[in-house]
Design a protein around this ligand. Structure first.
Ligand code: SAM
Length: 149
């Protein structure tokens, strides 16, 4: 199954690290990383336009997982099992990392779930890297392969 990771913002110098994880993840699942540059950080109305763009890209049966510091928190083992269950029971998984201003309410409403990577507020770039690393860790855990513990 393909997994999409949408980022509302540019990854800039972090793109190389993100792409390394995407390549490492490809042994388990095809992961498509899409940088959807946010329009204007100063202009909150651009949040609505960015959200509309994301909503147009989603199919009704896509399972949208919003990254949110206030979302549900997991340890790596429970995150791995959660991802495994979603892969088996849902449509395509789409992870969404918000931009510097987060995401518009329309995306919060559309999200099937919100997950937290920690209680700290991270930049969209760091959040994307942590998400990709945890996905890679999940698939290593699920396939009983050795990794950094
Ligand atoms: C700079 S943060 C935006 C902060 C903004 N105040 C908000 O309410 O979302 C950029 C994006 O990174 C992701 N993010 C940041 N910290 C996170 C965390 N601890 N757990 C999960 N996602 C996080 C979220 O998707 C967030 O929208």
């Amino acid at each position: 199954m393909r997994i999409d990771v949408f980022v509302l913002g540019k990854l800039k110098d972090f793109a190389q690290i993100a792409n390394e994880y995407v390549k490492m993840l490809s042994q388990f699942h095809e992961v498509k990383l899409l940088e959807l540059g946010h329009e204007n950080i100063e202009d909150t109305s651009s949040l609505k336009r960015d959200s509309a763009k994301v909503l147009r890209m989603l199919r009704d049966d896509d399972h949208l997982i919003l990254l949110d510091e206030h979302g549900k928190d997991f340890d790596s083992i429970s995150f791995a099992h959660h991802i495994s269950e979603l892969i088996m029971t849902r449509g395509k998984l789409v992870f969404l990392v918000g931009g510097p201003l987060g995401v518009d309410d329309s995306l919060k409403k559309r999200a099937n779930e919100r997950i937290s990577l920690s209680k700290l507020t991270l930049t969209h770039r760091i959040a994307t890297i942590v998400l990709l690393e945890q996905l890679f860790r999940s698939f290593k855990i699920l396939s009983n392969q050795k990794y950094h513990y």
